[in-house]
Ligand binder design. Sequence first.
Ligand code: AMP
Length: 430
Amino acid sequence: MATIKAVRGTRDLLPPDTTLWNHVEATARSVFARYGFGEIRTPVFEVTELFARGVGEETDIVSKEMYTWEDRGRAESDRGQSLTLRPENTAGVVRAYIEHGMTDTGMLQKLFYIGPQFRRERPQRGRYRQFWQIGAEVLGPPWSGSDSALRDAEVLEMLATLLTELGIRGWRLALNSVGSAEDRQRYSAALRDALEPVKHKLCEDNQRRAETNPLRVLDSKDPGDQEIINGLPKISEFWSDDSRAHFDQVKAALDACSVPYVEDPRLVRGLDYYTRTTFEFTVGGGSGLGTQNALLGGGRYDGLSEMLGGPKAPGIGFAIGEDRLILTLQAQAEETEAAKLDAFVAPMGVAQNPAALKLAQELRRAGLGVEVGDGNWRLKKSFETADKLARKMIIVGEDEVNSGIFTVKDFSQGEQAKLARTELVGALKS
Ligand code: AMP
């Protein structure tokens, strides 16, 4: 009988990996608690309209990625209701905020969540159809101070603390402001005008976006379209004085807390609800993420509560891709280990074992970290072990022993060089 497999784009999390998942979640909970956040757990499915209104009909998420079905309830009231597995959690949190009258407390609400989200995306490394997000939202009525730039900076500083405590290396914070809803509208119109004469040169997806959601054209990674995109007007030209002042305050508070950031005028993010501050944290090479290098994203959404029929309740939040956080931690841990040894000395046959050991002795005495293989091993095993343990491999065959010229393979560069014995130490140290 055919076996049954997990659905494409979903995966099982197994030990020992789950130990790391639990560690990441425990660290997040501990950091969130120190900043005064409480946990919220919303249902995994909601009525479809929540996402249509909260995320935006024109977004890729709503227009093509949602798992939506019509309910087959017995009661007249649920029959035929359109339901959707949540593709993100902000809309659910804001719905709950409204439903439970949290605005009436007059207090700033600081809420965090950890849970699975669902999007029908093309699966690849770091991109799944069921994936986990760790997120948080700060929201409240305007008189609670929820629209203050201080909160944007606090959230960003908390994220920097979390990533540092988790031991993520080489993260980069890209920061922008998409202005108020009015600034954004004027900007969208200007983009549409600027795109009109050139849009036939864009890729098909961008041609569609140029009409439906021109801001999304800026998010596009299509290499052929970059020249046009780089020539488009910048959102900063459309900021009102208030928007500019708000953004300046966010940056001043980040500077005071020594949180490094890079301004990125093209960072607009896909979801419709963002206003003012938007941000994204990425990790560079060695993250194990390849092209999916966005670890987390977020921003301010001052009008979302009203879009969902609630009171005025400005807010700011973020969602971390937990799967990507874990992949990065695993890749960086491997990198640390791999960096332990400078070289792997590989004798090609038993006859070269003594010469290999002698070479390893010399290199070790020169202060290098070295492992030595065994001429009894098959070539494939020597290569695989060397790749796992060391940055470079030195091949010790009969020719090498006789000539004193060694073949050195550099795994990170994928290059090979011939070096004299006297050159080895210098080359391995560099
Ligand atoms: P978004 O809700 O689109 O702003 O995404 C926030 C973060 O969630 C991203 O930066 C990713 O780290 C993560 N994420 C989004 N979509 C996926 C996916 N399909 N698979 C894994 N992680 C994802």
